[in-house]
Write a protein that binds this ligand. Sequence first.
Ligand code: AMP
Ligand code: ZN
Length: 467
Amino acid sequence: MPIRFYNTLTQKVEDFAPAHDNTVRMYVCGPTVYNYAHIGNLRTFTFQDILRRWLRARQFETLHVMNITDVDDKIIRSAVQQNISINDYTKPYEVAFLEDMATLRLQRPEKIVRATEHIGEMVALIQALTEKGMTYESDGSVYYRIAKFPEYGKLSHNDFGGMIAGARVDVDEYEKENARDFVLWKQKKEGEPSWDTPIGDGRPGWHIECSAMAMKYLGDTLDIHAGGIDLTFPHHENEIAQSEAVTGKPFARFWIHAEHLIVEGQKMSKSLGNYYTLRDVIQMGYQPEAVRYLLASVPYRNKLNFTFDGLKAAATSIDRLRNFELRLKTDKFSNGSPEDGDKRSAEYLRRFEEALDDDLNTANALGVLFEFIRDTNTAMDSGAFFAANVAPALKLLDRFDEVFDVLKPTVAEGGMSDEEIDALAAERNAAKKARNFPRADAIRADLLEKGVILEDTKEGTRWKRKA
Ligand code: AMP
Ligand code: ZN
């Protein structure tokens, strides 16, 4: 069965394949760098990472573009307040975002592009819209006339029949009850940054940047456009109106939206103040892998209810996975007939992959994996798991980690490397042999304090990091 995704545009789960060759042309709306990202934002970016990784695991290539919104109302307001340029204001938050991505092991898109470096492309697109009669000017600003785009509403499935022609907004976000002509280009305001261009001295509205940058790097029709569910309207609806009015072609074939991360029933958001950044959570002592696991474990179309108990449960799950991996890699299994065990691994691998093909059902995929672990542990305990079964079992674990990427522990800054731990473990063994038990115990306690657990088994001592 091919990969399937729920397409917001058609409201159906559809088989997916790229339109041309083997490359998936994918655009995702990136962060607005006016502050640190919160873990709600990072849920959406983790979903995009899972999407990207699964496409690649299924042998597609990706041309994945993410924008950075480095000019908008909030950014300008804050920069003006601090009396610095918008670039000086946004730079540290952009760096912090890229660090957060790396901490959460989110793969880098092939291209990351900044809005302020594409003003020329945005102006050209606004001029093309004007030539088609889709815009009008008012008080030096340029607006999109949505009454001239009859398909307006097709993505958010809103009927805008009763809308008031000519009513307009200058802000970038608005409620759907009153769809309005939206601003493409805002006239310069005193004391605010602006660009002097053929359509006037001013700055772009928010929506135009994504149309301009997506089409520049990916062509008129994208395979996938993704983002958080709140972007469906007005942002993505407006992107469609801007792009399709100029090209006459569908702007994106698949629109894929991630549901929100919520806290006590409400969307995590800066304006509600109910948010944690990744840094907050790590400071509390949680490992980045636990955050990644939690964010990835709920299928993207379900709301994710964030709790610290959930985060602890994620750490426990990772522990179980690492224990299983350790057992596979260090236990000694006898030689015997591997057919049944190999069949078991292959069947679980098939089911695991099928779950992800099915609209990235990560919860089902994890369910299959833990069933496999239970089943395999039972076989191991009863002597029905043989040395030759190790490789096929590890294959499933590798497949899992290709997407979830949580098995390798994060080494904290200044933390111990694997080699240092090996050396201390060897020193402890030597101390034990020499019957220097106080020294052996001291090494064990010291390692434990640094998050490393030593386990003495009949095959010798092995160690693992705490999740
Ligand atoms: P922003 O930096 O505000 O432009 O948002 C970046 C991304 O985070 C967008 O795709 C939003 O849809 C998404 N987002 C914002 N709040 C949440 C949330 N509570 N849960 C999941 N995604 C969110
Ligand atoms: Zn966008």
